[in-house]
Design a protein around this ligand. Structure first.
Ligand code: PIR
Ligand code: CA
Length: 314
């Protein structure tokens, strides 16, 4: 990655422990330039995730605007699964709001996304959604020209194989399936970083000890997130927590770490047992001339090195 021309990104998120780590990498890596952090209801209410985003912006010295977006899905009546606790970031202490704390941008997230994309050159901005896709869907419906103007959408969501909310549905897609379908079929390039790769990077005790030994403010934030996210995953029999969302950021800044394959991707909206499933057409003999790709392999060691290096920055 050419460190001299950082990639301009908008992180649309619902923090969430792993969203917080995504913001950590995005704000720290010299190859990325955050233009905005926008929030969407998902892991917790819009009030909670927005408060979390503002606290994280303060902790991470993010000076880009933070704007609040959709309060609920387009059509579905989904509710969060309580996985991230009462505040959306349970087990983590964010700085108390002070006069110096970053203020919430008065614009709606959808307006801010459109404004930024339309005021930058075509191909300049990459969208990195790490929550339900409500804001992104609303933005491309409200201003269809952004579909030709963004460089690409690199999203965390979906799964070609098993889901985490149901047998086939991943949370971000499951929460607002209609929005996800709009995003996958908008015609812009989409790289889907789904559970197929994010569940490959489970933080083992060895990784967590490396994080604990770092000793910087960012290292402490990462360790807090890992510790807070661990019990849920251990209870389900996994060797450690996944940090799904940061893998999407890694795919933007270190594309060599993630192997993608072009494939048509649609969202199941009416299935009896499969609503919210990403249907990834992996038939190799079907024409591949589509703008969608899904991640199928991850360089796990390279990924942890990237993240732990970023956390070690002063
Ligand atoms: C993670 C998430 C939701 C539910 C569970 N059980 C775990 C959130 C993460 O923030 C990530 O964006 C995505 N949804 C993973 O499914
Ligand atoms: Ca998320």
């Amino acid at each position: 990655m050419d460190a001299e021309v950082p990639r301009k990104i908008i992180v649309d998120c619902d923090p969430g422990h792993d969203d917080a780590v995504a913001l950590l990498l995005a704000s720290t890596h010299p190859g990325l330039d955050i233009l905005a952090v926008t929030t969407v209801a998902g892991n917790s209410t819009i009030a909670n995730v927005t408060r979390n985003a503002l606290g994280l912006a303060e902790l991470l010295d993010i000076t880009a605007p933070v704007a609040a977006g959709a309060t609920r899905p387009l059509v579905a009546n989904s509710e969060d699964d309580g996985f991230h606790g009462e505040t959306g970031l349970s087990g983590v202490t964010l700085p108390a709001t002070s006069a110096a704390s970053p203020a919430l941008d008065p614009r709606h997230a959808v307006d801010l996304i459109i404004e930024l994309v339309m005021s930058h050159a075509p191909g300049e901005i990459t969208l990195v959604p790490t929550g339900p896709f409500t804001n992104i869907a609303l933005a491309v419906r409200r201003e269809p020209r952004i579909a030709r103007r963004v460089r690409e959408v690199v999203l965390m969501g979906g799964a070609a194989d098993v889901g985490n909310m149901t047998a086939t549905a991943e949370f971000n897609v499951w929460f607002d399936p209609e929005a996800a379908e709009i995003v996958f079929s908008a015609g812009w390039p989409v790289r889907m970083v789904g559970l197929d790769v994010t569940m490959q990077a489970l933080a083992t005790p060895a990784v967590i000890e490396r994080a604990r030994a770092i000793g910087t403010a960012r290292g402490r934030l990462l360790t807090e997130m890992l510790d807070a996210a661990s019990p849920g995953y251990l209870k389900d029999g996994f060797p450690g927590p996944a940090l799904h969302d940061v893998v999407a950021v890694a795919a933007v800044v270190a594309p060599e770490l993630v192997e993608f394959e072009q494939a048509p991707i649609r969202v199941e909206l009416t299935g009896t047992h499969t609503r919210g499933m990403t249907v990834v057409d992996r038939r190799r003999w079907i024409p591949r001339a589509v703008p969608t790709q899904y991640a199928r392999a991850l360089d796990v060691d390279g990924f942890w090195n990237l993240l732990l290096d970023a956390a070690a920055r002063p």
